[in-house]
Design a protein around this ligand. Structure first.
Ligand code: COA
Ligand code: ZN
Length: 303
């Protein structure tokens, strides 16, 4: 199915942001720290630690400054630390907390942008320009939500994704993440859009963020690889989901992605055995019944 398997694939771990944000009861900050330490110990090289959002919108992220204060320095040698932000206020607080790379979230569909960040796309773009101006050294990735379908508007035309990509690139963004927020994408769609987006981005880093709501996470990763992408955002334990997207469920589990990628000969630099120890903590502290396959069966042998 995959024409050319890349020797290495990068997995960006988003459990501490995408995974935790969808857990209704507050997770003790000490538990979050233990899980993040466990994830980092597995060899992950990029991690979305938290988000700097309104605590009224996402109470789970109220400890973002504390999480950043601990991990920006602690992980500095081996792991890039990232935080999600929805506006200038979040970007400024992230910067003040030591974060140097943010994911700026903006949806391709107008209705989801309004539900998620309570603004029009134009307002989101205007704030992105303000961020670039106020914090020129902050590295900006754009998380383009609902790039493969919207819970409110249905199908999202590829042309709309590419137009928004062009606009965020003009605002000074240096990385693009295409997000299947509600896990509605199919592999043919993923391959086609990845190819088109890759062409537009040139050498710029690009990633896919593929929820597994309908069981297509892994096959969509393969389709993304076929479309020229070698960077994926995944979530340990398969936790994840946008609280402002009805029907959104778990992300593709990092341990399942690692298992598959190692099996097909693409290295991730992540130790599955060590990762499963972190997943065991997620089971213990947050959710005993995971959707992830490897999280439930454990590693038979190190891949
Ligand atoms: N961090 C912390 N607090 C923030 C904030 C941020 N980034 N942005 C705004 N606030 C605070 C304001 O200071 C204000 O506080 P107050 O009521 O004590 O005065 C309050 O939130 C409302 O501010 P306002 O600018 O009117 O925001 P809003 O109510 O229109 O909400 C967002 C807009 C973007 C802040 C909010 O919708 C949000 O945080 N969304 C995050 C969505 C998300 O994380 N989704 C999942 C990831 S994709
Ligand atoms: Zn997500």
């Amino acid at each position: 199915m995959i024409e050319k398997i890349p020797p290495a694939v990068t997995l960006v771990e988003v459990c501490p942001r995408d995974g935790f944000q969808n857990v209704r009861t507050f997770i003790d900050t000490e538990y979050k720290k233990r899980i993040i330490r466990g994830l980092a110990a597995s060899g992950i090289t990029e991690i979305e630690l938290t988000s700097f959002v309104s605590p009224k919108a996402i109470p789970q992220m109220a400890d973002s400054a504390e999480i950043a204060a601990v991990f920006v320095d602690e992980l500095a040698a081996n792991c890039r630390t990232i935080a999600l932000v929805p506006n200038l206020k979040g970007a400024q607080t992230a910067w003040d907390s030591g974060i140097r790379t943010v994911s700026y979230v903006i949806s391709v569909s107008a209705a989801h942008n309004m539900a998620n960040v309570r603004r029009t796309s134009e307002e989101s773009l205007a704030d992105l320009r303000r961020i670039k101006c106020a914090l020129p050294d902050l590295k900006l990735r754009a998380d383009l939500a609902t790039a493969f379908g919207c819970p409110f508007e249905g199908a999202v035309p590829p042309g709309a994704v590419l137009r928004l990509m062009e606009k965020v690139l003009n605002c000074g963004v240096s990385e693009i993440v295409l997000c299947d927020t509600i896990g509605i994408a199919d592999p043919v769609q993923v391959q086609a859009l990845s190819k088109q987006a890759r062409k537009m981005c040139g050498e710029l880093p690009m990633a896919l963020h593929l929820h597994d709501t309908r069981g297509m996470g892994l096959v969509n990763i393969c389709a993304g690889i076929d479309g020229g992408i070698s960077r994926f955002e995944t979530s340990a334990g398969g936790l994840g989901g946008c609280p402002f997207a009805p029907g959104a469920a778990g992300n593709t589990a990092t341990e399942d992605a690692v298992n598959m990628l190692h099996a097909i000969g693409a290295d991730t630099g992540i130790s599955l055995e060590a990762l499963l120890k972190a997943v065991a903590l997620i089971k213990q502290y947050i959710k005993p019944d995971l959707t992830s396959r490897m999280g439930n069966i454990g590693a038979c042998e190190e891949a």
